[in-house]
Design a protein around this ligand. Structure first.
Ligand code: FES
Ligand code: MG
Length: 583
């Protein structure tokens, strides 16, 4: 009897009942229009109303199957006694959007947040896939703090060309270099182009999409094992259906993202990122998500927390295999179990209602080549993301050691400076470009405000003349980002960026730059006085093209990379309350 009372009290106070349980004209308006989809009045009986936030779009090819995933989630919600309603959140496709999908991550978060709050929802299932959609929806859910569970769309099947594996993204850079170096014909490249994206799903390298799917799981926001099922695997849909059932229980148990996205959960995600050889973009996204829930996370955490963590997962771009192989080897739960066995996994609550350690205690590895053991890792502990400081990056910069060349980790060279990626691209094929293999290529103007949108341009190609001589890597420095599928000795996210007058703006061709990754330093070997003189002569570039519209909003309000490049006015959680009625 007491239980019945509790249940009926909960139903009466359910958020969706503020709409569907309303009396009089308002209630009629709320219910009547929804019934045009053929639902009877029983769906308004106080059962949890579950929004399925879908970033489906054919313009975001990696998310083009999310409508099918949504159907599986919908089944699960009905099974558990909830009422599912699918709604679109804007999708950002990494490959097509100009000037860069990152310009719109905060907009995904903003649209997602407002839709979740403005509608009669008790809980949300977040459907994401391509790079920015996953952090965007997590940021949104964190700021609304309705019970939420993520279902990522899963990776594409392994690319295959001439009997070998082809990694999305990673092989685009490789093939480009092969063609430029004369080792691959244009005709061969055209065939390879059709062999890379073989099925629905997101990039199957350990790029940003796979990384963020894994980190959503490591944070405790998606069901164990979810990150790696290929997009076309039946178990992807079975998992989605389970998530649909589980969100109904999360609503009934009132488990919200704020209970899951704790400091300890972020530490788990940061360590998991090191163990999987994940994308540097995760640094920016995790900082932004943490900012939404008020967790105090800093750039330096990404260095300190991973010093004891080796790279275990042998996936491109750092290693050999692809997401299908990672899935069949046991997926992320194996990695998390290995972290737990090393004493490096925090016991945090997850969407299963259990702690992370309990979720993964039974995880079995089926292939030690793909997921290495702690004793025989792909890369030794401390070889993950390094956070650099120095007079060139007072607020920090990052470098992915596992994607860099050992011989360049300590390097001094002459700076060759370009004010924009375009300026570099215009000359990088010139046979007489004045650049040597031990020079340091600086590409600035690619930061959050400078581009704007902080595009993935930092791993600019090696100058063609040097490529033909067999040079495969050089130190490159930028205030931009690098695709998670990229590789090379590339210093990224230099903060503050050049466009706001960071020291990167002051470097000139001919200056000496010193990179020392073991010491975590990056400096331009120019005196303090000289840098002061250059600062006095520096002026921000006029940007008449950015005086209105979204680009104006973005440039006015975006934070620097070390703060997650969120909008200043979106930091924090604003909850699910709506102050006023609509009618
Ligand atoms: Fe969408 Fe790589 S382009 S995940
Ligand atoms: Mg990307």
């Amino acid at each position: 009897m007491a239980t019945d009372l509790t249940v009926s009290t909960m139903k009466a106070t359910r958020r969706s009942q503020q709409w569907f349980g309303a009396e009089g004209r308002s209630g009629m308006l709320y219910r009547s229009w929804v019934r045009n989809q053929g639902h009877g009045p029983e769906v308004f009986d106080g059962r949890p109303v579950i929004g399925i936030a879908s970033t489906w779009s054919e313009l975001a090819p990696c998310n083009a199957h999310l409508d099918r995933v949504a159907e599986a989630v919908r089944r699960g919600v009905w099974q558990a006694g909830g009422y599912p309603l699918v709604f679109p959140v804007m999708a950002t496709g990494e490959t097509l959007m100009r000037p860069t999908a990152m310009l719109y991550r905060n907009l995904v978060a903003l649209v997602g947040e407002e839709l979740m709050r403005a509608n009669p929802l008790d809980g949300v299932v977040l459907l994401a896939g391509c790079d920015k959609t996953t952090p965007g929806l997590l940021m949104a859910a964190a700021s609304v703090d309705l019970p939420a569970i993520m279902v990522t769309g899963g990776p594409m099947l392994n690319g295959k060309y001439q009997g070998g594996d082809v990694g999305s993204g990673t092989h685009v850079w490789k093939f480009e270099a092969e063609v430029k170096a004369g080792r691959m014909t244009e005709a061969e490249c055209a065939v390879a182009e059709g062999c890379m994206a073989r099925s629905n799903g997101h990039c199957m390298t350990m790029g940003t999409a796979s990384t963020m799917a894994c980190l959503a799981e490591a944070l405790g926001m998606q069901l164990p094992g979810s990150a790696t099922w290929p997009a076309v695997d039946s178990r992807r849909y079975e998992t989605a259906q389970s998530a649909g059932r589980r969100i109904v229980e999360l609503v009934e148990d009132d488990i919200r993202p704020s209970a899951i996205l704790t400091r300890g959960a972020f530490e788990n995600a940061i360590r998991a990122n090191a163990a999987i050889g994940g994308s540097t973009n995760a640094v920016i996204h995790l900082l932004a998500i943490a900012g939404r829930v008020g967790v105090d996370l800093s750039l330096d955490d990404f260095d300190h927390l991973v010093r004891q963590v080796p790279t275990l997962v042998d996936l491109m771009p750092s290693g050999r295999f692809l997401m299908e192989d990672f899935c069949y080897a046991g997926g992320l739960p194996v990695v998390l179990r290995r972290l737990a066995e090393a004493g490096l996994l925090n016991e945090e609550l997850t969407v299963t209602g259990e702690t992370m350690g309990r979720n993964v205690a039974g995880a079995t590895c089926w292939n030690d080549e793909v997921i290495r053991t702690w004793a025989a890792p792909l890369q030794p502990a401390g070889s993950g993301t390094a956070v650099l400081r120095g007079n060139l990056c007072p607020d920090g910069a990052v470098l992915k050691q596992s994607a860099a060349s050992e011989h360049l980790l300590v390097h001094e060279g002459r700076a060759v400076v370009f004010d924009s990626p375009e300026e570099y691209h215009a000359v990088c094929d010139d046979e007489d470009l004045d650049v040597a293999a031990d020079d340091v290529i600086v590409v600035r103007g690619a930061g959050p405000k400078g581009y704007p949108g902080m595009p993935e341009v930092a791993n600019v190609p090696i100058p063609t003349r040097l490529l033909k001589q067999g040079v495969t890597d050089m130190v490159r420095i930028s205030d931009g980002r690098m695709s998670g599928t990229g590789f090379g000795t590339v210093v990224l996210h230099v903060s503050p960026e050049a466009a706001v007058g960071g020291p990167l703006a002051l470097v000139r061709t001919g200056d000496r730059i010193r990179l020392d990754v073991p010491a975590r330093t990056l400096d331009v070997l120019v005196s303090h006085e000289e840098l002061g003189r250059r600062t006095a002569g520096w002026a921000a570039q006029a940007r008449p093209e950015d005086r209105s519209g979204y680009r104006w909003l973005y440039r006015e309000h975006v934070l620097q990379a070390d703060a997650g490049a969120d909008f200043d006015f979106l930091v924090g959680s604003r909850g699910d309350a709506v102050p006023r009625d609509s009618h």
